[in-house]
Design a protein around this ligand. Structure first.
Ligand SMILES: Cc1cc2nc3c(=O)[nH]c(=O)nc-3n(C[C@H](O)[C@H](O)[C@H](O)COP(=O)(O)O)c2cc1C
Length: 459
C-alpha cells in the first residue's frame, strides 16, 4: 500500500483505510484513472515477475528480469550503464540545471582524477569460491544496511525535478538505502522524513554562522528520525564553477535549496521584520540573510567538540582527503569520516578521493567507519572502494541524473542497477560478502607480481 501511495504525489491526497483499502481525499475524479493505470501496471509487473516483484530476490535478479522483459518487447527506460546517464541528462535537462549538477571546479581536473583513479586499480578475481549466495549487508554506526551504498547529500534537487528530494527519498526507501539529506535541500527535512516513512535517513550539516541555527537544525533532524549527522567540511565557500558562473546561475539565490532555513525559528529570528518568503520580491531579504549565514568559514577543528557535545547522534566528518585531517576529526569526537572531494566541485587539481582512501584507512585504523565518494559509477567501483578500505560508498550524481530523467522511478533504476552490478561483481570476484572484501582483491594496473616477487616482499 505504501508503495502504491507513491503514485499520488503533488496535490492528490490519499488516506489509507483499514483492510488494505484507501480513499482519494482530493481531486478524486482527476486522479482515479491515472492511479488505476499505475496500479494495473504494478499488478501486471508483480504477476510477470518484473523487477522488484520478489522482495527476497538478490539484487542481480534485475538482470534476469530485464532479459525476460525483453521477450515481451520491454526495455529499461534508462540505460543500465550509469556512466551514460550524464549524456542523457545533458539532452533532457535545461542547460542551467545540467550545468549545476555536472559542473566541476575550474578546469574539471579533480573530477577527471576521480574517474582516472578508479581506472588505475584493477580487480584480481578468485575462482571456485562458493558464490551461490552473496551477502551485501554491512553494519555501519550500529545500523544494518542492505548494501554498502548510501545516497550522497545533493543540494537543491528541485532544479532537476519538481518533486526533488521527496522523489529521491521514496526511491531510496524502496531500496532500503539511507538518503543523506543536504542542509541545502529544496524540501524541508520534516517533509523529506515524511516521504521516507520508516526508511533510514541521515542529515548532512553545513555548519552555519549562527550557533542557535546550528542547534535548531540538529534538534529538528533528531526529532524527525535522522539517525546520523554528516558534517561537511570541504565547502566553507562554494567552489569556482565555470558552468554556473557562465550561466550566472545559483539555485539558492532564486530561492531553491533553502527550505531548511525559511521555516526555521532560529533563522527567522535573524530576519528583518518585513521579510517575505524566498519566492517573493521581499524574499531577497530572506536569501540575503541566508547567504550571510549559510556556512561559517571560520569554523575550525577547535569548534568540532562543540558540535559533538550538542548531540548523541553518530557524527561523521565528510570531505577529508589528508590522513591527518581524519585523525583530527576523530580527536574532535567524530565517529567516522567520509573521504571525498565533493565530486570535484570544490578545489580543482585535488587528489582523487579513491587515491586518498588507503592512507586515511591506515591513519584511523580498523574498526572506524570510513566511507568514500566522488566518482562512483558502477558496482565494480563500489567493490574497488571496499577493497581499498571503505566500509561503504555514497552514490552521487548518477541518482540525480536518474531523478532528472524519470523522477522516483529514475532514482530506483539507478540504485537497482548499481546494486545488481555490485552483487554480480562480488560473485565474479570470489568475494561473497561485502563486509569482508580482502585487500588482495585489488591491484594497481599492470602485471601482477610473480610468485617469487610476492615471496620476496613477504619475507
Ligand atoms: C549538484 C551537487 C550538489 C551537491 N550538494 C552537496 C551538499 O549539499 N552537501 C554535501 O555534503 N555535498 C554535496 N555534494 C557532493 C556530494 O555529496 C558528493 O560528494 C559528490 O556528488 C560525489 O561525486 P560524484 O557525484 O561525482 O560521484 C553535491 C554534489 C553535486 C553534484
Amino acid at each position: 500500500m505504501r508503495d502504491w501511495a507513491r503514485h499520488t504525489t503533488g496535490p492528490y491526497g490519499l488516506e489509507l483505510l483499514e483492510g488494505g483499502h484507501f480513499a482519494l481525499t482530493e481531486r478524486g475524479e482527476a486522479v482515479a484513472p491515472l492511479l488505476a493505470r499505475y496500479l494495473r501496471r504494478d499488478l501486471e509487473g508483480a504477476a510477470e515477475g518484473s523487477p522488484g516483484a520478489a522482495a527476497d530476490a538478490p539484487p542481480s535478479a534485475l538482470i534476469r528480469d530485464i532479459l525476460l522483459g525483453g521477450l515481451r518487447g520491454r526495455r529499461p527506460a534508462l540505460s543500465t550503464d550509469l556512466t551514460t546517464l550524464e549524456d542523457a541528462a545533458r539532452e533532457a535537462l535545461e542547460p542551467h540545471a545540467y550545468g549545476y549538477v555536472a559542473g566541476n571546479a575550474g578546469t574539471g581536473g579533480t573530477g577527471r582524477a576521480n574517474r582516472a583513479a578508479f581506472d588505475r586499480w584493477q580487480l584480481v578475481p578468485r575462482m571456485l569460491r562458493d558464490s551461490s549466495t552473496r551477502d551485501l549487508t554491512v553494519r555501519l554506526l550500529g545500523q544494518r544496511l542492505p548494501a554498502p551504498v548510501l545516497l550522497a547529500p545533493i543540494a537543491a534537487q528541485e532544479v532537476v525535478h519538481p518533486e526533488g528530494e521527496l522523489a529521491t527519498a521514496r526511491g531510496a526507501a524502496e531500496a532500503g538505502l539511507p538518503l543523506v539529506l543536504s542542509t541545502f535541500a529544496s524540501r524541508s527535512l520534516e517533509e523529506v522524513a515524511r516521504a521516507a516513512g520508516d526508511a533510514p535517513r541521515w542529515f548532512q550539516l553545513y555548519f552555519p554562522a549562527d550557533r542557535a541555527l546550528a542547534e535548531s537544525l540538529v534538534r529538528r533532524a533528531e526529532s524527525s528520525g535522522y539517525s546520523a549527522l554528516v558534517l561537511t567540511v570541504d565547502a566553507p565557500h562554494f567552489g569556482y564553477r565555470p558552468a554556473d558562473l557562465d550561466a550566472a546561475y545559483s539555485p539558492f539565490l532564486r530561492g531553491t535549496g533553502i527550505a531548511n532555513f525559511t521555516g526555521d525559528p532560529a533563522f527567522r529570528a535573524g530576519l528583518p521584520e518585513d521579510a517575505g518568503d524566498a519566492g517573493d520580491a521581499d524574499g531577497l531579504a530572506v536569501v540575503g540573510h541566508w547567504a550571510r549565514i549559510c556556512t561559517d568559514a571560520s569554523f575550525t577543528w577547535d569548534d568540532l567538540p562543540w558540535l559533538r557535545r550538542l548531540t548523541d547522534l553518530p557524527l561523521l566528518v565528510k570531505g577529508l582527503l589528508h590522513p591527518d585531517d581524519a585523525r583530527r576529526a576523530l580527536a574532535g569526537g567524530a565517529d567516522g569520516v567520509v573521504v571525498s572531494n565533493h565530486g570535484g566541485r570544490q578545489l580543482d587539481g585535488s587528489v582523487a578521493a579513491l587515491d586518498a582512501l588507503p592512507a586515511v584507512r591506515a591513519a584511523v585504523g580498523d574498526g572506524v567507519p570510513v566511507l568514500m565518494d566522488s566518482g562512483v559509477r558502477s558496482g565494480t567501483d563500489v567493490l574497488k572502494a571496499l577493497a581499498l578500505g571503505a566500509d561503504a560508498v555514497l552514490c552521487g550524481r548518477p541518482y540525480v541524473y536518474g531523478l532528472g530523467l524519470d523522477g522516483q522511478r529514475g532514482v530506483s533504476h539507478v540504485l537497482r542497477a548499481l546494486l545488481a552490478d555490485l552483487d554480480l561483481a562480488l560473485a565474479l570476484a570470489g568475494c561473497p560478502s561485502a563486509a569482508g572484501v580482502p585487500a588482495g582483491t585489488i591491484t594497481p594496473s599492470g602485471p601482477l607480481p610473480t610468485v617469487s616477487e610476492q615471496d620476496r616482499t613477504q619475507r
